[in-house]
Every structure is written in structure tokens, then in C-alpha cells.
Design a protein around this ligand. Structure first.
Ligand code: P6P
Length: 335
């Protein structure tokens, strides 16, 4: 098989980006490479989950009260282990941990970044061999360098993100990350364990044929939003009835929409007045990526990225995707 010599690796790409900023220290590039390493290790376990003793529930429940899958625990530990061993991260906030993890060693305390993550998004798909993802968000610390990271480092609005990204463990494994310079995707060559630049400069189509909403909640949402759902499947819709694709993994739905155009929404519903998705490590990173690529993300009132977090696990209604479709949806919501 011809080697992918024509494709740039993740390491080469991050170093190329680094060279564009003469004053850059290389910490962010190093942090992104660390995430790539952790993703390879998680990917390996996912690919053998059926044979390794890693399927099924770990028995506990996370702070969300959700049954914790073994893979959630494994992925959470791998990302934290890699980031703690590195020299580019002062601490981590995770969906799987009630409190933040401050690395508090001499090297980590000198790191200027902190990371928030959902180590496995779509856990319910693990045991049925359906796509899952990992989501991450990176901020520059506001606390004093040289000292341990603090909670305020993790409670910054999404507009302050330095970078954000996701890993999608699907028919292939792809790592997509955004900085203010753009959104780029890297596909893993499992044979040699290398991520190659396969999706350079991703741009969100302004419109598309997909909408992602859990129709289970059709009768438990605002009438105005129900009217939008009806519009999506109406023959009068200028794009023709939209396909309803809902993978139970927001990363997978949003990645498809990023490539093909579409909208995803998990709104406030009767038993979840603030929706289900978590602002800090699910909505903000996906909103950052989406906006950098030309899409939009809102909580139904304003930009998701402008919400000031009060708690690392707080939830918010989430509407994300193609700019024209979000505008159309908001038109219904504001009638
Ligand atoms: P429901 C996965 O648990 C997740 O956080 C998102 O990735 C996904 O879109 C949503 O929850 C699925 O939730 O209530 O439709 O099963």
C-alpha cells in the first residue's frame, strides 16, 4: 500500500502552524499532539472492546447520575494520564469527574493551558458498536503561572477558548480541531498509528439536508420548536423534506452536518428544563469549532460561546449547525 507521503501528519501540521507564530512557545502544539496520542490509545481499546473486558457498565454512576460504562472510565484515565505526563497542561475538568483535576506538579504548574473534556460522548452506543466520540476544549489559564490551576481557569466563557476539537471513532477515526486559524481534520492510519491531514480547512455549509433531533421529545418541546420540526419534514420546505438523522452521539451528528450541512438541537424538554448537554465540555467546544467553520451555535437566546459558566457541569439548550438553518430555526423560535 502506498504510504501517505502526500499527506501531512498531525505532528507536522502542528509544527507548521507553530512556525507561523515566532513568539509561540510550542505548548499548544505539544498539547494537541498529546491529545492525538491519547486518542490513539482510546481508539485501540474501542477497536477491541468486543474482545477485551471493556464492554458494559463499570457499575458506578457519574455525577450526572448516568450509568458509567467501562470505556468512559478507561478513556477518562488515559486522557488524564497523558496530559499529566506532558508538560503542556495544568489540569483537566471532565464529564466523568465531579471536581477538577489539578496536576499540581512543578512542570504542570508552569503550563499555561487547562483542558475540559467529555472523554466518551455517546456512551450508550458503546455496547451496540455504534459511533462514539471524545470532545475537548482548551483555555489559557487566568490563574498565576507557577502555581496550581484553579476552578476559575475552567469557568471561562467559550469565547475565550484557544482551541477545541473532537475525535470521532467511526468507520474511520478522525481527529478534528479548531484554532482561530481554522478547522482541520486528521484521519488515523491504524496500520502505523499516524494521524494524516485528510480534511484541510473545513467549512460549515450554509444549508443542508439533515436535522438531528430526538423525536421522542416531539410532544415535550415548545410549540414554536415543534412548528420548526414540522417545517423540516414538510414538502413545502425549499430543501425538500429533510432527513432526520440522530445518532445518539452529538459529535457524530455535528461532524456529518459539518461535512454535508445540517442542524442538531437538544432543546429544553419537559424533564430537562436546561436540556441535556453540558455547556463547558460538550456545547462550547462544538460551538467554537462550528463558528470558526462558519456555522452558528445558540442556546435559543444568544450565542452559546457568550454564556458565563457558573458550574463545570451545568447544562444548556443547544442548537448548532449550518448558519442559514440556525437563522431559520430561530425565526420559528422568535415568532
Ligand atoms: P438522548 C450522548 O449521551 C449525548 O450527550 C449526546 O452526544 C447525544 O446527542 C445525546 O446525549 C443523546 O441523548 O436523550 O437523545 O439519548
Amino acid at each position: 500500500m502506498q504510504q501517505n507521503s502526500q499527506f501531512m501528519t498531525l505532528d507536522e501540521f502542528t509544527i507548521q502552524q507553530l512556525r507561523m507564530f515566532p513568539h509561540a512557545t510550542g505548548e499548544l502544539s505539544g498539547l494537541l499532539r498529546g491529545i492525538g496520542l491519547a486518542a490513539k490509545r482510546v481508539n485501540y481499546e474501542i477497536n477491541r472492546a468486543g474482545i477485551a473486558d471493556i464492554l458494559g457498565a463499570e457499575g458506578g454512576r457519574n455525577i450526572q447520575g448516568e450509568e458509567v460504562q467501562k470505556l468512559d472510565v478507561y478513556a477518562n484515565n488515559v486522557f488524564k494520564e497523558v496530559l499529566r505526563a506532558g508538560i503542556n497542561c495544568a489540569g483537566v475538568a471532565s464529564e466523568e469527574d465531579e471536581e477538577i483535576t489539578v496536576f499540581d506538579d512543578a512542570r504542570s504548574n508552569r503550563s499555561k493551558y487547562v483542558l475540559l473534556m467529555d472523554p466518551v460522548d455517546g456512551s450508550g452506543n458503546i455496547d451496540i458498536n455504534i459511533t462514539i466520540g471524545s470532545i475537548f476544549s482548551i483555555y489559557k489559564r487566568v490563574s498565576e503561572l507557577g502555581k496550581p490551576a484553579e476552578l476559575r481557569d475552567f469557568l471561562q466563557p467559550g469565547t475565550r477558548q484557544v482551541a477545541a476539537g473532537y475525535v470521532l471513532y467511526g468507520s474511520s477515526t478522525i481527529l478534528v480541531y479548531a484554532t482561530r486559524r481554522g478547522v482541520n481534520g486528521f484521519t488515523l492510519d491504524n496500520a502505523i498509528g499516524e494521524f494524516y491531514l485528510s480534511h484541510p480547512d473545513l467549512r460549515f455549509p450554509s444549508h443542508g439536508p439533515f436535522y438531528s433531533f430526538d423525536n421522542r421529545y416531539y410532544h415535550f418541546i415548545e410549540e414554536k420548536l415543534r412548528a420548526y420540526v414540522d417545517f423540516c419534514i414538510s414538502p413545502e420546505n425549499k430543501s425538500g423534506p429533510l432527513w432526520n438523522r440522530y445518532y445518539g452521539c452529538m459529535v457524530a451528528d455535528t461532524h456529518r452536518n459539518l461535512l454535508k450541512g445540517g442542524v442538531f438541537f437538544y432543546p429544553a424538554v419537559s424533564d430537562k428544563p436546561n436540556g441535556k448537554l453540558r455547556l463547558c465540555y460538550e456545547c462550547n467546544p462544538m460551538a467554537f469549532i462550528t463558528e470558526i467553520a462558519g456555522g452558528k451555535a445558540t442556546d435559543g437566546n444568544g450565542r452559546t460561546l457568550e454564556i458565563q459558566p457558573d458550574h463545570i457541569h451545568q447544562r444548556c439548550p443547544f442548537f448548532v449547525g449550518s448558519a442559514d438553518m440556525i437563522d431559520e430555526l430561530m425565526g420559528f423560535m422568535q415568532k
